[in-house]
Design a protein around this ligand. Structure first.
Ligand SMILES: [Zn+2]
Length: 171
């Protein structure tokens, strides 16, 4: 897996001065480093992870979302297995729920993975008079109970992932 950290650090668990800078500057966190190490170990069992690119991980209310790039949707089933395996690691046991999602640069695709098996009807960016904006993702009322996460947690997670306010609207 391509990660922001050098392989030597990932193997030894000790950050070199260059990689330490990434964390000191706030570009990444120690959690990113630890999860990158975990993925490196998983490559032996799951070779498809070798081509993946680690983007970042975010934590919201006991939920851990790990974002990867460069993985085909065909690996969704295997990613579920990886989620299951890493959730049993001591280091990640504190999370109630771990989700690995694939980023293709499309907000819709990202959110669909988190609301599934509920279906995302549409999304828009709503602009406010002060120039700020927010993402609104629409899910049908009849589908709402199929969303696997509490709405408030999901809204917080989406805002963190997308870098601006985001919410699920029920229609
Ligand atoms: Zn390094």
């Amino acid at each position: 897996m391509k990660t922001p950290f050098c392989n030597f650090d990932l193997k030894t668990g000790v950050l070199c001065p260059n990689c330490s800078q990434l964390i000191e500057k706030g570009a990444y966190t120690m959690l990113d480093f630890e999860i990158s190490r975990i993925f490196l170990n998983m490559e032996k069992t799951y070779p498809f992870l070798e081509k993946a690119v680690y983007v970042k991980s975010i934590e919201v209310n006991g939920l851990l979302i790990i974002i990867l790039r460069g993985i085909s949707e065909a690996y969704r089933g295997l990613l579920r297995q990886v989620e299951h395996k890493i959730s049993r690691l001591n280091l990640l046991r504190r999370y109630k729920n771990i989700r690995i999602i694939i980023d293709k640069g499309d907000p819709r695709f990202l959110v669909e993975q988190l609301v599934s098996p509920a279906h995302l009807v549409s999304y828009t960016v709503v602009w406010f008079p002060d120039g700020s904006s927010e993402y609104v993702f629409r899910v049908k009322l009849s589908d709402m109970r199929r969303i696997p996460l509490p709405l408030q947690v999901l809204n917080n997670a989406l805002s963190k992932i997308l870098g601006k306010p985001a919410k699920i609207a029920i229609i």
